[in-house]
Write a protein that binds this ligand. Sequence first.
Ligand code: PGA
Length: 257
Amino acid sequence: MLRDPPLIVGNWKMHKTISEARALIDALVGLVGDNFEQGRFTVLAPPFTGLSTVAQAITGQPYLLGAQNLHWEDRGAFTGEISGPMLQDLGCRYVLVGHSERRRYFGESDSIVQKKAAAALRNALRPILCIGETWEQRQSGQMEPVLSVQLTQGLLGVDKHQAENIVIAYEPVWAIGSGRAATADQAAEAHRYIRAQLLALWGEDAGMQVPILYGGSVTPDNIGELLTISDVDGALVGGACLDPVLFAKILRVAAAV
Ligand code: PGA
């Protein structure tokens, strides 16, 4: 099957004020140009406060807008929350769900993650479902069951006809922000397992349509090798996407694989 270019998602986390966001996009566009084919496969996910600014800054350019979180209801008395229709309205096309920082610091269970993924799909947003094991789980041989539960629970109720709108991100918790990315072998093993799970869930055609991104200490130095691994269809980049020089390098490598 003919595969799309790698999907690269920049997760800004809780970084960048509005003026800093503007400066980051300007610098990025200055480095890679505004008619950059890879841009069609590049998602910028600033914090909520930066979405509108980034949406404006990428107008007329191929980049895509993503959010880092959403509420599972479309509206209501949920003080401090942001809903799918609000993200849609801002021009978002993607939204992260189940990032390990949300699971860890904000108590997001698999059932909350599942409701958020459903809310995203209902609002024409592609959920990027993040799954990954901790170091302790890996050491005790629990990687596969952990990935399996997070994947199948997160996708509960999602019909295989919606597979084309789903993105999975494998993010080993121990690799996030640690400077210790998974080795090629570790990433290959996990991605192979996730693909097998998707095929078991949805069958060959639908299961192959889902891009599986790798995330965790991605840099310009390791992105090339990671993207050559079969079933690594892109990357979720945290720290390195905050530096336009590093992110531009990552995009250039991705465009060349
Ligand atoms: P990192 O973060 O690239 O800084 O490791 C990745 C992520 O948490 O999405």
